[in-house]
Design a protein around this ligand. Structure first.
Ligand SMILES: Cc1cc2nc3c(=O)[nH]c(=O)nc-3n(C[C@H](O)[C@H](O)[C@H](O)COP(=O)(O)OP(=O)(O)OC[C@H]3O[C@@H](n4cnc5c(N)ncnc54)[C@H](O)[C@@H]3O)c2cc1C
Length: 592
């Protein structure tokens, strides 16, 4: 059975030595001293390793079942859910006015990584609730917030996001679910939604569905979409549960992974719905859910890589095959552990350098969100908006790749059920698809985000990297090993952006054909930047008395691997982008 150990030391290093959160000047961060974050992370790590991780293969093997409209989650899920609820984990970063603990989103992300690494399918029940809570918090009326948020934050009610229909996923303008206004101000919701994560289950007393629907007679396409709260059980004015609403789970999807999470067909048969915000303004509210969900999915992607890498590493230290070509490392044994072989080390370092870089990138992203919300900082808001498709698309592509590399480390054992690696591969795969496929993320990046604020936001990104290099380059070793490669990669990214500007206007396909490479190019620059920041912090810390030299030297060696063996991919992506639309569009559809 695979195991999981929470990477608390690495998280502490990123929070306190790289991001310097205590000096971040963000409301609420002053409470996050080293001792506090250590205590929270230790506790979340214990829960993840001891309760959630052992349930991961159970959930995979048993899956969910549907009988007479009732969905049962795998054995042990309910008890674990209650334990998390009682521990207050559901409302860690939620508004204290509604019973939340008001902690920064950054801490929610750090603990979230642990929960997801330990058991992604399980964590989705509360992950979806978090997105729904945020949408109600941002766009709901005061009465709606009072009615729904306390129970969702406490965890006794959960939430969902209902966008997808049988004939539309990416193109939401096509949705058919209709919302007919009633005299009492409510709406009658009729239609079918598919693939709704956590749509029905036995973990909570009520499920608050957030449903996108169209009010008849409204504008065509996405402009006619409105957002509705459609609870499984209607809620009485005193907060107690009332009648069952006219909605039901019509089926459970059989799927490749995340078996422990119920993926439901949801039928709305004239269900009572309550408008969130204004009529036809559902897209705005939906983006609150989606942006947060996209970051959460990016986190899912690399978090699966984290646990896969941990198990690959343990195997590589234990498995004896072949000899170190430079002399036996285990002379008394029949063979050496496979970690001595350069190709196995390459494989492991690819995994390690990605997951540690991804963690830093995600935490930095979470800090930007806190700055945007808590300081009402428009620049931070714009920056995280630019980075969201990169966080989602790059981290899930590479996260999945990491699980496959980890599986490879185990040889044949990686393909068998017993070792658990194949589950990580299957579970990670969905992250590249849902919340908008990664292809769509790349279109969002190139089509919308590059031009954000007239291009000022992406320019601010380049300036930030330039300024960091300038202020750090007096450290000659850092410059040679980290800053110079970062500068080269950043120039590749700028060149790609310039190429889009000059060639995209002539033919939009020039930009669209290169968008996926651009997303990866951008992702590499972000991780290169993170590695340079981590290396700088490690250099400074090494000078401190009592510093953990082993940890810091390992950090630097891992970073050097990223800068020399992963970051040069930016050059390849740039060449591909500059080849333009022709190689992609030349072949007529009929001749494929
Ligand atoms: C396990 C699971 C859980 C899910 N959970 C939820 C949930 O909780 N709530 C919810 O609402 N939905 C959910 N979904 C749906 C998911 O978000 C969609 O599957 C996803 O957004 C893609 O939509 P689609 O499958 O309809 O693909 P399509 O939109 O049909 O796209 C098919 C392919 O065409 C590409 N494509 C489409 N349009 C374009 C374009 N304009 N340019 C370039 N390429 C394009 C896509 O990238 C994709 O590769 C879930 C799906 C799964 C499998």
């Amino acid at each position: 059975m695979p195991s999981y150990t929470a990477p608390v030391d690495d998280m502490q290093f990123i929070l306190h030595d790289v991001l310097n959160i205590a000096e971040a000047d963000i409301p609420g961060y002053d409470e996050l001293d080293r001792e506090t974050t250590q205590a929270v992370l230790d506790e979340a790590g214990k829960l993840s390793a001891e309760v959630l991780a052992p349930l991961n293969p159970v959930g995979d093997a048993q899956g969910c079942t549907l009988e007479n409209g009732v969905v049962r989650t795998p054995e042990g899920f309910k008890a674990a859910y209650d334990q998390m609820r009682e521990g207050g984990w559901m409302g860690l970063d939620a508004d204290p006015d509604y019973g939340g603990q008001g902690m920064p989103y950054l801490l929610q992300s750090a603990t979230g990584e642990m929960f997801v690494s330990a058991n992604m399918a399980f964590n989705m029940y509360q992950g979806l609730t978090h997105g729904a809570m945020s949408a109600i918090h941002a766009h709901g009326s005061d009465a709606q917030k009072q009615m729904y948020l306390p129970n969702m934050i406490e965890g006794s009610w959960s939430g969902t996001m209902n966008l997808t229909e049988p004939h539309c996923g990416t193109d939401l303008g096509l949705i058919r679910t209709k919302a007919e206004p009633q005299e009492d101000g409510t709406y009658r919701i009729t239609g079918q939604k598919i693939w709704i994560s956590a749509g029905e289950h036995d973990l909570t007393d009520n499920i608050i569905h957030l449903v996108l629907a169209k009010i008849p007679g409204g504008p065509e396409g996405v402009k006619g979409i409105s957002l509705f709260i459609v609870p499984k059980f209607l809620v009485n004015e005193d907060g107690s549960l009332g009648d069952r609403n006219s909605l039901s789970c019509g089926g459970l999807e059989e799927k490749m992974g995340i078996h422990g999470n119920a993926t439901c067909v949801m039928n709305y048969d004239g269900a009572t719905g309550f408008l969130v915000g204004e009529e036809h303004k559902g897209m705005r509210a939906m983006f609150t859910m989606m942006n947060e969900a996209r970051l959460g999915v990016g986190l899912q992607g690399y978090a699966q890589g984290v646990v896969a890498y941990q198990n690959a590493l343990a195997f590589a230290k234990d498995r004896l095959q072949g000899r170190d070509v430079t002399g036996p490392a285990n002379p008394d044994g029949p063979a050496d552990p496979i970690i001595v072989h350069p190709d196995v080390r390459r494989n492991l370092l690819h995994q390690k350098s990605f997951v540690e870089g991804a963690r830093a990138f995600t935490f930095w992203g979470a800090q930007l969100i806190d700055r945007a919300h808590r300081n009402e900082d428009a620049q931070a808001e714009a920056m995280i908006s630019l980075l969201t498709p990169v966080l989602k698309g790059f981290l899930t592509d590479k996260g999945f790749e990491t699980t496959v590399l980890a599986q490879q480390t185990l040889g044949g054992s990686g393909f068998t059920r017993e070792w658990g690696l194949e589950q990580f591969v299957r579970d990670a795969r969905i992250t590249m698809i849902y919340e908008g496929t990664n292809g769509i993320q790349s279109l969002d990046l190139v089509g919308r985000k590059l031009g954000l604020n007239g291009g000022k936001t992406v320019m601010a990104f380049f300036e930030m990297i330039k300024a960091f290099i300038k202020e750090s380059e007096q450290d000659a070793v850092l410059k040679a090993q980290f800053l110079d490669p970062l500068k080269t990669a950043s120039k590749d990214l700028q060149a790609a952006a310039m190429w889009f500007m000059s060639h995209g206007i002539k033919d939009p396909n020039n930009a669209l054909a290169g968008s996926y490479d651009f997303m990866h190019l951008f992702g590499h620059v972000c991780l290169g930047y993170m590695w340079a920041r981590m290396a700088k912090a490690a250099h400074l810390k090494l000078e401190e008395e009592g510093a953990d030299a082993d940890f810091l030297e390992a950090k630097l060696a891992t970073g050097r691997y990223y800068m020399t063996r992963q970051l040069p991919a930016t050059g390849m992506h740039l060449r591909r982008i500059e080849s333009g639309a022709e190689p992609v569009m030349d072949l007529a559809a009929a001749n494929f």
